[in-house]
Design a binder for this molecule. Structure first.
Ligand code: FES
Length: 171
């Protein structure tokens, strides 16, 4: 084995190191809050930022460290829509179906996404697009509104949504 081979971490060990680092950062966030159960929402936010979603083992670890019943941690994680228990797609499309957006055609946008991508709350099998719905995103004047990869799109039509999906190569 050459010295270069020894120094160069394999893809697997590099991934493992990154994983360890995320665990360390989560631990630091919990420690900052003295492992208090009152910090559950902040800790869940940090965990989701680090891992992308809240897996069952991750929720169990958080419950153990914050000395909370696992059912309580799961209850909070499922109650708030901004927490995700499943991995998200490369792109996220949140369609508002609050009253103003519903009346302006929000449902047609959901139907379009269901035809081309996945049902609301699901991700395409290739992991490309996650489809979500929301009750009101506070932009009623832009109805029907969609949050696409974190940006609010105004007065979206099925055709303009088609164009966005075409840009990212959705078949
Ligand atoms: S109802 Fe859609 S932004 Fe308010």
């Amino acid at each position: 084995m050459t010295s270069e081979e020894i120094q160069k971490p394999s893809a697997t060990s590099a991934a493992a190191a990154a994983k360890d680092n995320r665990e360390k950062l989560l631990e630091r966030a919990m420690s900052r809050h003295q492992y208090s159960g009152d910090a559950l929402i902040e800790v869940l936010h940090t965990a989701q930022e680090l891992f992308g979603f809240l897996s069952a083992p991750l929720l169990k670890t958080i419950a153990r460290k914050l000395r909370l019943p696992p059912s309580r941690v799961l209850g909070v994680a499922t109650f708030y829509h901004f927490f995700s228990l499943k991995p998200k797609g490369e792109h996220t499309c949140v369609v508002c179906i609050g009253t103003a957006c519903y009346v302006a055609g929000g449902l047609g946008l959901i139907e379009k996404l269901e035809r081309r991508c996945a049902k609301a709350g699901q991700t395409t099998p290739d992991g490309k697009v996650s489809v979500e719905s929301a009750r009101c995103i506070g932009s009623c004047g832009l109805a029907p509104a969609v949050i696409y990869d974190g940006n609010v799109l105004a007065r979206v039509t099925p055709d303009s949504l088609d164009a966005e999906l075409n840009k990212i190569g959705v078949q």
